[in-house]
Design a protein around this ligand. Structure first.
Ligand code: FES
Length: 146
């Protein structure tokens, strides 16, 4: 008997936390089925980051609210790399957007999420990001609570 993802998702109670781990195709299918259910909190655990085939991105400005520092993140650079290059210590682990260790509060600016950790609802809130892989949108001014 084949697993009916649609039926499984339809029967979930609002507010449920679903912890998902397994083969890439299975995880993609369940994640896709849950896209229309922002009331479900999805936690995905990957063993390695899936190949997202994303480009180097565009440059954007990074503003650090606590210090008043402004930095430029070039195409192909991560926010984490820029912060570390300026001696700013950040908690990290996987550096692939899958563990959530580098989660950082965003105060303003448009985020280009590239992680495999945040739920659709968390992304939509626009108030947090994973700085090891996610970026600001092209020419954006992204303000972090750092
Ligand atoms: S260090 Fe793991 S998500 Fe950024």
């Amino acid at each position: 008997m084949r697993f009916d993802i649609g039926r499984f998702v339809d029967r979930m109670v609002a507010g449920t936390h679903l912890y998902l781990c397994g083969p890439g195709g299975f995880m993609a299918a369940v994640s896709e089925a849950l896209a229309a259910r922002p009331d479900i909190v999805l936690h995905r655990e990957y063993f390695t980051a899936p190949d997202s085939g994303q480009d180097a991105g565009e440059p954007f400005t990074l503003a650090l609210a606590q210090s008043g520092t402004e930095l430029v993140v070039a195409a192909g650079q991560s926010i984490l790399e820029v912060l570390q290059a300026h001696g700013i210590d950040c908690a990290t682990s996987c550096e692939e957007g899958i563990c959530g260790t580098c989660l950082t509060r965003v105060l303003a600016g448009e985020i280009e999420h590239r992680d495999h950790f945040l739920s659709a609802g968390e992304r939509a809130s626009g108030d947090r990001m994973l700085i090891c892989v996610s970026r600001g949108k092209a020419n954006a001014r992204l303000v972090l609570d750092l």
